[in-house]
Ligand binder design. Structure first.
Ligand code: NAD
Length: 359
């Protein structure tokens, strides 16, 4: 039965370390990679995911198979289900929660705003509620987003920069999450670390993201839109490879808990932290397409269009010195290398012949 599977999945290879992590959004892109990395190093891991249909559900099922092979059990359910979440904490004394479940995507927020409120605000509050009442209280690491920098134009973005001008409802819900984290830390002494991910890409990635659908459309011979900013300025992203993000997540988890007394916080007090996890080297989208063309050996059909006002920002660029110092975070994969790995996965996953156009 499922309770047995949960307990088994939560068992750790190193009882003395005793790390048991509940990963929300475990069948998601980042959740899959983080869960497998934790399991591989011997930690207990239980996943929860509602397998929503925001993008290709069969990809989530395929990730679930991968997780199963790695010994990670994913409970199918919603983080808003307080009874189910409470039950998981009855079954397992989780030491950490890696909260990655969310309604992602910037543009979809205009189509389905309530799904963002449901998962990113109500869902987040429910996760914090369950953690607050758990004994012992787990340390929480959760995914915020670079999108909180919004209309900020001062680059690179550092954690102290203003985040009061979100450009999309998605960004606003992530920003709200950071404020809610403050209240749960303040009132209930929860230790909470927010990670502002910058455009994560790689194998098992998200089909709604540009690098993914560009690959698909280039192979199909479909014209791809390349958005430009004012005066034909290029749109750029600080693309960050998934393995680097995973290392950042594990670094955050390993340093999470009661304060060690650095950074002006009293020793033993509950942490409230936020870190940029980026790559510190923004790449124009046109360059992303050039790399994909070379890897796919297909010339892309492109059309340049002015960027619509639909929530996307012109550029992102992370300052990562804080994560370097506190988490030992050090990204090592450049876009060329990371995309090569993505394309190789893509060709295998969709059983496409390598080095040829797959029309
Ligand atoms: P993803 O959509 O692949 O993963 C999220 C998972 O959460 C999905 O599998 C989804 O089914 C699940 N989920 C959503 N709502 C849920 C709910 N109410 N209950 C249970 N499960 C639910 O996205 P991802 O790229 O893996 O992102 C992981 C986290 O990182 C998200 O919080 C996202 O907002 C954040 N983030 C991602 C990026 C990126 O570039 N990928 C950038 C910044 C922030």
């Amino acid at each position: 039965d499922w309770e047995k599977l949960v307990r088994k999945s939560a068992s750790t290879r190193s009882p003395s370390r005793g790390v048991r992590v509940l990963v929300t959004g475990a069948a998601g892109f980042v959740g899959t990679h983080v869960s497998i990395a934790l399991k591989r190093r011997g930690d207990g891991v239980v996943g929860i995911d509602n397998f929503n249909k925001y993008y290709d559900a069969s990809l989530k099922r395929a990730r679930q198979d991968l997780l199963k092979e790695s010994g990670v059990f994913v409970v199918e359910g919603d983080i808003n289900n307080a009874v189910l979440m409470g039950k998981l904490f009855e079954l397992v004394r989780f030491t950490h929660v890696m909260h990655l479940a969310a309604q992602a995507g910037v543009r979809y927020a205009m189509e389905n705003p309530s799904s963002y409120v449901h998962s990113n605000i109500a869902g987040l509050v429910n996760v914090f509620e369950v953690c607050k009442s758990a004994n012992p209280q787990p340390a929480i690491v959760w995914a915020s987003s670079s999108s909180v920098y919004g209309l900020n134009r001062k680059v690179p973005f550092s954690e102290k920069d203003r985040t009061d001008q979100p450009a999309s409802l998605y960004a606003a819900t992530k920003k709200a999450g950071e404020e809610i984290a403050h209240t749960y830390n303040h009132i209930y002494g929860l230790s909470i670390t927010g990670l502002r991910f910058f455009t994560v890409y790689g194998p098992w990635g998200r089909p709604d993201m540009a690098y993914f659908f560009f690959t698909k459309d280039i192979l199909k011979g479909k014209t791809i839109p390349i958005f430009e900013g004012p005066k034909h300025s290029s749109v750029a992203r600080d693309f960050t490879y998934i393995d680097d993000i995973v290392k950042g997540c594990l670094g955050a988890l390993d340093t999470a808990g009661k304060s060690t007394g650095t950074g002006g916080k009293k020793k033993g007090s509950a942490q409230l932290r936020v870190f940029n996890l980026g790559n510190t080297s923004p790449v124009p989208v046109s360059k992303l397409v050039n790399i994909l063309e070379k890897l796919l050996k297909v010339k892309a059909k492109k059309v340049k269009l002015p960027m619509p006002t639909n929530g996307d920002v012109l550029f992102t660029h992370a300052n990562i010195s804080l994560a370097k110092r506190e988490l030992g975070y050090k990204p090592t994969t450049d876009l060329q290398t990371g995309l090569k790995k993505f394309v190789s996965w893509y060709m295998d996953y969709y059983s496409l012949p390598r080095g040829k156009s797959a029309r």
